[in-house]
Write a protein that binds this ligand. Structure first.
Ligand SMILES: Nc1nc2c(c(=O)[nH]1)N[C@H]1C(S)=C(S)[C@@H](COP(=O)(O)OP(=O)(O)OC[C@H]3O[C@@H](n4cnc5c(=O)[nH]c(N)nc54)[C@H](O)[C@@H]3O)O[C@H]1N2
Ligand SMILES: Nc1nc2c(c(=O)[nH]1)N[C@H]1C(S)=C(S)[C@@H](COP(=O)(O)OP(=O)(O)OC[C@H]3O[C@@H](n4cnc5c(=O)[nH]c(N)nc54)[C@H](O)[C@@H]3O)O[C@H]1N2
Ligand SMILES: [Mo]
Length: 794
């Protein structure tokens, strides 16, 4: 058993090499609080990790009513006992002294403590006033990918069939809206095709815009164990930076940010040109091959080399590896989803797998990744605005089916147009048609683009802002009502990871003070609002996590995400992949082993969109394109990014993550080991680019875009020239008095600088394509050099 005190230094732990087709060996990672021994532990409570999408199964150690540590569960299919640094240390935030313990309401401009009755009464009273005077369209909900399934489903039902608003979205819009959209475009329906077990079988692994080494450390450990075992897979990495993934790759393509479509079209061009396609598979399973072949015909490696600034020979080399693979596993993440032409690019990876017939077999894993622990649940339950159970808002029969399940009239469920995406909701709030915004489990004052605008929207007098969180975040400081939530370890519920594995996470300890589970808060709101079904009975008939889960099971029946074969009891034995039905009680490793039932026009979640403009495809068009429900090969032309470089802003700015922090650091910033590993923001640039800009490692620099500026220490490192990278984790400046917003000068949150722009298809914001300049503020000194070196070294 490894006892990893130095997992800050070595995020992936010791190697356990293995051969293709054999099971990944177990290795149990454990971390107990200083001074606690195993004898002190009163019980171990099963859970799964919530600081990424990998779904690592773990047990929470409880001693004297507190969380005293964690250990990985060896029997679980996802991690076989391993945990990453954030999971080994991050739980300490649960017991942080500054947890919210009582509700707050704004009185005379200040947030003051109150009891739950006062806070909930204010919330329900304002909701009723708005419903009476302005209608359901004046109320919006902005949730997360970090709650439990039971909570999302309850929120979706109360928003759609209780309030009747179309303004419901998750921060999954910033995260995996493109994954969902790419799957809908190709397969007619969201739902991850592949399985993590595909890494055990693959002969080739390709990572597109996915820094797996830092963002899914346990999955990367699995890849490392294959790389160091017999008959290792070949590895292709597409990332502008020399990440730890890139360093292990046989071919690393470092494209100019925002040019993924050009690169992928050239890869497809080469694979088709050299005849490395599976004609039989294409014929039996797809529509659209001729259009795709025609689109990529002019996209030679030489053409792409000019756009992406990658050597044509390297593109050819990558195409040879991908074209020669017999068991190809690919992943796609934010380097694609948050970049220019997000959906168009993600879809080309689907196309790569389809034209090579690399789907539905061991080792042929297509993984349009998730980021957050329960983003899958946000999407399948409809808390991202989609209809629950991957139902199609343009299909009246789907709406009627949902209305029957909820016992409401179909008219009650908004389906006159696409659900309002998060950026549009903030726009409505800015314009004044949206008057109440209930934010749960997300910190938009740090995570949305162009923060000065977001702050001014949230601070408006006329907008009633409710924030449900664990801490008084940057966002909560702008709220009218703050509701203290219980979190992981303090409440029970299920969560589904990026490869459809459902885990049950159980309550281990009591929440602090009066903090309550999100489910209880939503149920209490529904009770106060007295939401009714069409016969006058209560709309929401469940009262606790397990009964909410059972309600969801009924809603999921017959859909791709079918949960009817699961139960809390069964999940206590470990994670199971949906669909799981009475006929497939062990769950389903891979989708699309035999056809594409949810691409059929009667069953599909979406009829698709134009990949360049985002215009919706009409039902009749889809029916004539794909009458029998095959996978759709959708082609897309490369178009240049909206914001290019200029003499004033000569660099391309990309933002992203470090291994030690999760998002806006509300948890990892409160875990001493993680905080110390990367205490403050920095900016990365190649040494050559730095000297071209007159800068050197350790200098204090200012990164400026047309939206705003931040200050950061410069770290020179291997990455492509002409590019600057900033981690987005750091919110307002920390001061001895608390947080200071950047009212009077440059801030440190990357999103002060990012652009209000989104992919036209998925509506996911472009956090990774903008132009910037980097200028000197002060030369480094010895002390600051030491500080920057304490940061991410992976
Ligand atoms: N440590 C840690 N792990 C996490 C999280 C965290 O905050 N911290 N968050 C979780 C969540 S919610 C998510 S969504 C995932 C995100 O996981 P990732 O997507 O792996 O993380 P990012 O750092 O956002 O972006 C990945 C890479 O995209 C590259 N990139 C930028 N622009 C482009 C481009 O135009 N093309 C290509 N091909 N690549 C580009 C960046 O250089 C970066 O290395 O991580 C999850 N896991
Ligand atoms: N520039 C830039 N911006 C980005 C990105 C990027 O790469 N670059 N990535 C984007 C992506 S992929 C994502 S996912 C978002 C993440 O952005 P956010 O969602 O804003 O980030 P978090 O810090 O995870 O915020 C989650 C909040 O929920 C609270 N919370 C945690 N658990 C619970 C719970 O059980 N109940 C309740 N009620 N609250 C809880 C936490 O304290 C925290 O305040 O950021 C996006 N923004
Ligand atoms: Mo995310």
């Amino acid at each position: 058993m490894s006892r990893p005190n130095d997992r800050i230094q070595d995020p992936w732990g010791a190697r356990t090499p293995y051969a293709p087709g054999t099971p990944w060996p177990e290795r149990v990672d454990q971390r107990l609080a200083d001074g606690v021994t195993e004898d002190d532990i009163e019980r171990w409570v099963p859970a799964a990790s919530v600081l990424h999408s990998n779904g690592d199964a773990m047990d929470i150690a409880v001693a004297q009513g507190r969380i005293a540590g964690v250990r990985g569960r060896p029997g679980d299919r996802v991690n076989r006992g391993r945990l990453g640094p954030k999971d080994l240390y991050g739980w300490q935030a649960n017991h942080s002294a500054d947890r919210l313990t009582r509700p707050l309401v704004r009185r005379d401009g200040r947030l003051v403590e109150c009891d739950w009755d006062t806070a909930m009464d204010r919330l329900a009273t304002r909701s009723r006033e708005l419903l009476d005077t302005k209608g359901p369209g004046s109320i919006g909900f902005y949730t997360t990918g970090q709650l439990f399934l039971e909570e999302y489903y309850t929120l979706a039902v109360l928003a759609k069939a209780g309030i009747g608003t179309n303004h419901l979205d998750g921060n999954t819009r910033l995260c995996t809206a493109t994954a969902a959209e790419a799957l809908k475009e190709t397969f007619g329906c969201d739902g991850q095709p592949g399985s993590y077990e595909d890494f055990d079988h693959a002969d080739t692994i390709a990572l597109f815009g996915h820094n797996m080494a830092e963002t899914q450390t346990v999955l990367w450990a699995r890849v490392l164990d294959r790389l160091e075992g017999p008959t290792p897979p070949r590895l292709v990495c597409v990332d502008p930076r020399h990440t730890a993934v890139a360093r292990r790759a046989e071919v690393h393509l470092a494209p100019r940010p925002g040019t993924n479509v050009a690169l992928l079209n050239a890869l497809l061009h080469e694979i088709i040109r050299t005849g490395r396609v599976d004609r039989d598979y294409i014929e039996r399973n797809t529509v659209g091959f001729e259009e795709l072949a025609a689109m990529v015909e002019p996209c030679t490696p030489r053409w792409a080399a000019g756009i992406c600034d990658v050597p044509a020979a390297a593109i050819q080399g990558a195409a040879e590896i991908l074209g020669g693979a017999e068991r190809l596993t690919s992943t796609v993440l934010q380097g694609v989803y948050q970049s220019h032409q997000a959906t168009a690019a993600a879809v080309q990876v689907n196309n790569l797998h389809l034209i090579r017939g690399m789907l539905g077999r061991p080792g042929c894993g297509l993984l349009q990744m998730n980021g957050q622990p329960s983003a899958e649940n946000t999407r399948e339950c409809g808390a991202d605005g989609d209809l629950p159970g991957f139902r199609n808002w343009q299909n009246d029969e789907h709406v009627e089916e949902l209305a029957r399940i909820w016992n409401v009239t179909p008219e009650k469920i908004p389906h006159h147009g696409p659900p309002t995406h998060a950026m549009q909701m903030f726009r409505y709030a800015e314009q004044g048609s949206l008057r109440m915004l209930w934010i749960s489990g997300t910190n938009p004052a740090v995570s949305l683009p162009e923060l000065s605008r977001i702050r001014s929207i949230l601070a408006q007098e006329r907008l009633f802002v409710v924030v449900q969180d664990l801490f008084l975040t940057e966002t909560a400081q702008l709220a009218d009502v703050v509701l203290p939530a219980a979190t992981w370890g303090e409440k029970t519920g299920t969560l589904t990871n990026a490869d459809r594995t459902v885990h049950l996470a159980e309550k281990a300890v009591e929440p602090p003070g009066e903090a309550r589970p999100d489910l209880d808060i939503f149920l209490e709101y529904a009770r106060r609002m007295d939401f009714r079904d069409k016969d006058g009975g209560p709309l929401i008939t469940w009262h606790d996590p397990e009964s909410a889960f059972e309600a969801w099971q009924r809603c999921s029946a017959g859909r791709l995400c079918d949960y009817t074969g699961l139960s809390y009891d069964k999940l206590r034995d470990g994670g199971i992949q949906w669909p799981c039905t009475p006929d497939s009680p062990e769950g389903t490793a891979r989708l699309y082993t035999d056809g594409f039932p949810f691409a059929h026009p009667d069953a599909c979640e979406s009829y698709g969109k134009d990949l360049v403009t985002g215009a919706t495809v009409e039902p009749v068009e889809y029916r004539s394109l794909n009458p029998d429900g095959k996978a759709v090969l959708r082609a897309a032309e490369y178009v240049p990014p909206h914001e290019g470089t200029s003499p004033e802003h000569p660099l391309l700015l990309i933002t992203g993550r470090t291994v030690y922090h999760f998002h806006t650091r509300t948890k990892t910033g409160r875990a001493p080991e993680l905080n110390a590993a990367a205490p403050d923001v920095w900016a990365e640039m190649s040494p050559e680019e730095a000297s071209r800009q007159g800068l050197a490692d350790g200098d204090l620099v200012q990164v400026t875009t047309p939206r705003g500026a931040i200050r950061a220490r410069l770290r020179t490192t291997a990455m492509r020239d002409g590019t600057v990278f900033v981690p987005f984790h750091y919110g307002y400046w920390d001061t001895p008095q608390g947080h200071r917003p950047p009212d009077d000068g440059p801030g440190r949150a990357a999103n002060e600088t990012t652009i209000t722009d989104w992919d036209p298809v998925s509506k996911q914001p472009l956090f990774k394509t903008a132009a910037a300049r980097v200028t000197l503020v002060a030369r480094r000194d010895t002390a600051t050099r030491a500080r920057t070196e304490a940061g991410s070294r992976t």
